[in-house]
Design a protein around this ligand. Structure first.
Ligand code: 5CA
Ligand code: ZN
Length: 422
C-alpha cells in the first residue's frame, strides 16, 4: 500500500559515527554493522483508532535511527507493516457498526497525515497484512509439511469445520532468545497480548497461532491446503520482514509491549521457516509512553491523539521536539508541560536561526551526531543545540568571529539529523 510523502533531506557536510543501540536480546548497547544498506523492520499500527503519542514516540524513534544510519553513510531499506486484519480491528468495527476495511482505511489515512506532519521518513515498503496473506499461506503450508507446525480441528462450538494451525515451540531451540523471559513471565502476559493459552489440544499453551480456520462472520482467504481462513498476528511480520529484507536483517523495532509475545514469536517462526537464525541482528524497543499512571493504549482509551493536537493548532514540530526530549528507553508520561517546554524551545531555536550570523555550527553538529549515534540519545542532542542557541542569542551585533553560514548550516542539520524543520 502507499505510504506517505517523503520529507526533503538536506545534505550535511561530513558524516556521523557508527550507530550503537540497545539490543533487547543481549541486553547490551551494540554497534550496528549493516552493509551498505541497513535493513530495518518496524511494527506498524493496527488501524482501529488514531495515532496517539505512544505510537508517535515509536515511529519518531525509529525515524531518528534511520536518519543516524543515513548520516553514517548507509542507505536504509525500511519496511513497516499495517495490521489491517486482526481481532482488535474486527471488534472495534463491529462495535461501531463499520465495515472493518472502511475503519482500517480511515485510520491509515489519518496515520499517514500524522506521520507527514511529524516529518517521519516513510518506509520503502509499507505492507498490509491482507497483502501478505498469500505469503503467509505459503509459509504456514511449508511449516506444516516440515513438521514444525501442527493442525488442530476447530472446536464443535465454533462451527467445527477446518483446522487451525499452531507452531510447535518444543521443536524450536531459539524460543526465548529475544525476550530472555522466564516461562512464568511469558504466561503472565500471553492472554492479554493476543495469545490463546487455554485453547484445548495445543501441545504447549504458548504455541502461537499461525492460521485460523474460517469462522462464521469473520473475513477469510483461500489458504489452499490450509483451507479457508486468515493468518495469525505474528506470522504477518515474519513473512513481510523475510520477503522484503531477508532473514538476518539488521534491526527489528517496535514498542516494548511487543517484546513478548510478538517479537519472540515473529523471530522463532522465521527461524522455523528458514532454518536460519537469528531472525534479526538486534531488537530495539521504545519504552511505553503513559498517561496518568497507565500505558497509553487504544484498548484503555486514555489517549492523546496527534491529530487532535494538530487540529487544536499545535505545531507538529513542537510535538516532535517534545518526543525527542525523552530518551527512547525511559518510560515517561505525557503531560501538557512537555508540550509547553517544547514550544518555548522551538521558539528560541527559531529566533537563533533567523540571525544573520552566529557562532560556528560545526562543533555542535558533531555533538548532535555523537549523541544520536550513542543509543539515540536525543535529549543530549537537544541540549547541545540549546547551548548553541543560547550563545547565538547572547551575541552582540559587533562580536567578532561570527559566521554568516552558521544559521543556515545549523538549520539544515537540525532538519536532516533530528527531523526538526525550524
Ligand atoms: N500492529 C501491531 C504491531 S505488528 C501493533 O502493535 N499495533 S499498535 O497500533 O498497537 O501499535 C503500533 C506501534 O506503537 C507498536 O510498535 C507498539 O509497540 C507501539 N506502541 C503502542 N502503544 C505505545 C505506547 N503507549 N508507547 C510507546 N509505543 C507504543
Ligand atoms: Zn509486528
Amino acid at each position: 500500500m502507499i505510504a506517505w510523502p517523503a520529507p526533503f533531506l538536506p545534505a550535511v557536510p561530513g558524516s556521523g559515527p557508527a550507530v550503537r543501540v540497545h539490543d533487547t536480546a543481549t541486553g547490551e548497547v551494540r554497534e550496528l554493522n549493516p552493509g551498505p544498506v541497513a535493513r530495518l523492520y518496524v511494527c506498524g499500527i493496527t488501524p482501529y483508532d488514531a495515532t496517539h503519542l505512544g505510537h508517535a514516540a515509536t515511529y519518531v524513534t525509529f525515524d531518528l535511527l534511520g536518519r543516524a544510519l543515513r548520516d553514517a553513510g548507509h542507505e536504509v531499506d525500511y519496511v513497516q507493516n499495517v495490521t489491517d486484519v486482526d481481532e482488535p480491528l474486527l471488534e472495534r468495527a463491529e462495535r461501531d457498526g463499520l465495515h472493518w476495511e472502511d475503519l482500517a482505511e480511515r485510520e491509515i489515512a489519518l496515520f499517514r497525515e500524522d506521520m507527514t506532519a511529524l516529518a517521519v521518513i516513510p518506509p520503502d515498503h509499507y505492507v498490509g497484512a491482507v497483502e501478505g496473506v498469500p505469503s503467509d499461506v505459503e509459509a504456514v503450508t511449508k511449516m506444516v509439511a516440515s513438521g514444525a507446525a501442527y493442525r488442530l480441528p476447530v472446536p464443535a462450538e465454533e462451527g467445527g469445520e477446518g483446522h487451525d494451525v499452531y507452531l510447535d515451540l518444543a521443536a524450536q531451540p531459539t524460543f526465548g532468545d529475544v525476550s530472555g523471559w522466564t516461562r512464568d513471565q511469558m504466561m503472565e502476559v500471553y492472554a492479554e497480548r493476543g495469545g490463546d493459552p487455554d485453547r484445548a489440544g495445543k501441545r504447549d499453551a504458548l504455541d502461537p497461532l499461525l492460521w485460523r480456520a474460517h469462522r462464521e462472520g469473520e473475513p477469510s482467504w483461500d489458504g489452499g491446503e490450509l483451507g479457508q481462513g486468515r493468518p495469525g498476528w505474528h506470522i504477518e511480520c515474519t513473512t513481510i520482514a523475510i520477503d522484503h529484507l531477508g532473514i538476518g536483517f539488521d534491526v527489528q523495532g517496535g514498542g516494548s509491549d511487543l517484546i513478548f509475545p510478538h517479537h519472540e514469536m515473529s523471530a522463532v517462526q522465521g527461524e522455523a521457516l528458514t532454518g536460519q537464525a537469528p531472525f534479526a541482528q538486534v531488537y530495539v524497543h521504545q519504552a511505553m509512553v503513559g498517561l496518568e499512571g497507565e500505558k497509553m493504549s487504544k484498548s484503555k482509551g486514555n489517549l492523546v491523539l496527534v491529530s487532535r493536537l494538530r487540529e487544536s493548532g499545535v505545531d507538529p514540530m513542537a510535538i516532535r521536539l517534545a518526543l525527542l526530549a525523552q530518551h527512547y528507553r525511559t518510560p515517561w508520561e505525557w503531560t501538557d508541560d512537555h508540550l509547553k517546554v517544547a514550544t518555548t524551545r522551538l521558539e528560541r531555536w527559531r529566533s537563533a536561526l533567523s540571525v544573520v550570523a552566529a557562532p560556528d555550527a560545526g562543533p555542535t553538529i558533531e555533538q548532535v551526531r555523537a549523541a544520536l549515534a550513542d543509543d539515540l540519545d536525543s535529549p543530549s542532542a537537544l541540549e547541545a543545540v540549546d547551548a548553541w542557541v543560547e550563545r547565538t542569542l547572547a551575541w552582540g551585533s559587533d562580536d567578532e568571529d561570527r559566521s554568516e553560514s552558521a544559521p543556515g548550516l545549523m538549520g539544515r542539520s537540525l532538519d536532516a539529523l533530528l527531523g526538526i524543520r525550524v
